[in-house]
Design a protein around this ligand. Structure first.
Ligand code: FAD
Length: 386
């Protein structure tokens, strides 16, 4: 895809900022599991968290295309999913507030997140319902002036350091609604640790950005923290599904690109049998194929972003782009690992970290299976299979 001069400037500026956070910084954060506060603050200070937010709430008023270009650069810098996930929430998950929040909510909720003062997490997934989101069991029961919330969430990223959360909960029992998508409500509220136990999940990679179980007991949410109408939460949150797939796809593209670049550099420099290993076609061809796959996936991701920014339907492209980017990114990281031979497995070459991290876009926020289900139904006209 051809970037405009403004888009190229965004890419260059983001890469320049990211160069202050070298490989060693990300390796250390992966080892100690500490949230990359310095990186998050640096991106906030330069205004990047609000790239796709409207100007009246302190954003830059640009599109998802520009946000995708930024996230690609963040991951491609070597920060990978750790860097991207540390800012992913502010960049994408405030969209429901920007679209459906009252002017008071927009002013109260958005600027402190963009400035880096507030950290947010996004609590949707539940242990007993998984991808079948409309069956989620967390209940928000109406009381005078607000809601009393009880339930469990799983895989909630950033909850160890967040002070705010976007929460999807059921306000009307499933048995009492016409459509299963009705009766869910969206809240943006305090992550009150007196009422929410946050339990870390020990996971495979992206150790700098935590993922957690949340056990919510009698959490009070005031009415003014509900986003949109009661019962409309699923529709509200759906507006963010496509941008999220686009951004996650971009992050996978960034990881694929950095893995290929690192592997090609190693292949130029590593001498075995008196010549660079990169002189062997068995090394060249898999890397060249990965490059072609990553760049082709990027075109689909960017097509989805362009459609979204033009206000057009982009569900098929956003899902296909996320799927292709995750697969191409994974293949690139895996191929890079074998290019480096034994050193691919050593932490100091960073590829093993990329490989562990690129598995995240393959699963979250939606699995490859569910994307293929969706494409089969929407593009091929096949019967819905789930
Ligand atoms: C590192 C990480 C960070 C995350 N961060 C967040 C976060 O911040 N907030 C949040 O809310 N969630 C988060 N998630 C959760 C993520 O979105 C879910 O893991 C994902 O949606 C899959 O849900 P599940 O794990 O419950 O899988 P399940 O729903 O249990 O599915 C298990 C497997 O079965 C397959 N499957 C199920 N039904 C079908 C079907 N009908 N057809 C074909 N295959 C099917 C799925 O594709 C999957 O492979 C995160 C996950 C990870 C790993």
């Amino acid at each position: 895809m051809i970037l405009t001069q403004d888009q190229q400037n965004i890419r260059d500026a983001v890469l320049k900022l990211c160069s202050r956070f070298p490989d060693e910084y990300w390796l250390e954060r992966d080892r100690d599991g500490v949230f990359p506060h310095e990186f998050h603050q640096a991106m906030a200070a330069d205004g990047w968290l609000g790239i796709a937010m409207p100007e009246h709430v302190g954003g830059a008023g640009l599109g998802i295309t520009e946000a995708a270009i930024m996230m690609e650069a963040v991951a491609e810098s070597g920060g990978g999913m750790a860097a991207a996930s540390s800012i992913h929430g502010p960049v994408f998950s405030l969209q429901p507030i920007a679209l459906f929040g009252t002017p008071e909510q927009q002013q109260r909720m958005i600027p402190p997140v963009l400035s880096g003062e507030h950290r947010i997490c996004f609590a949707v997934t539940e242990p007993n319902t998984g991808l079948d989101t409309t069956k989620l069991k967390t209940r928000a029961q109406k009381r005078d002036g607000g809601y009393l919330v009880n339930g469990e969430k799983i895989w909630i990223s950033v909850a160890q350091v967040a002070n705010k959360m976007m929460l999807l909960a059921r306000t009307t029992p499933l048995e009492e609604v016409k459509r299963k998508t009705d009766g869910l409500s969206l809240f943006f509220t305090d992550l009150d640790r007196a009422k929410i136990e946050v339990r870390l999940i020990h996971k495979m990679g992206r150790h700098a950005v935590d993922s957690n179980m949340l056990f919510i007991s009698d959490l009070w949410i005031p009415e003014e923290d509900r986003i949109g109408a009661e019962g409309d939460g699923f529709k509200t949150i759906m507006h963010g599904f496509n941008p999220e797939r686009i951004l996650i796809g971009s992050e996978a593209i960034g990881l694929g690109r950095v893995a290929i670049a690192r592997a090609a550099r190693y292949a130029r420099e590593r001498i075995v049998f008196d010549r660079p290993i990169g002189m062997n076609q068995g090394i060249q061809h898999p890397l060249a194929k990965c490059w072609a796959q990553v760049e082709a996936a990027n075109l689909m991701v960017m097509k989805a972003a362009a459609l979204f920014d033009a206000g057009q339907e982009c569900g098929v492209e956003a899902n296909a782009g996320k799927y292709l980017a995750a697969e191409a990114g994974f293949e690139a990281c895996h191929t890079a690992l074998s290019t480096l031979g034994g050193m691919g497995y050593a932490q100091e070459y960073h590829i093993e970290r990329y490989l562990r991290e690129v598995l995240i876009p393959r699963t979250a926020p939606v699995s490859a299976h569910m994307i293929l289900n969706f494409l089969a139904e929407k593009v091929l006209g096949l019967p819905k299979s789930y």
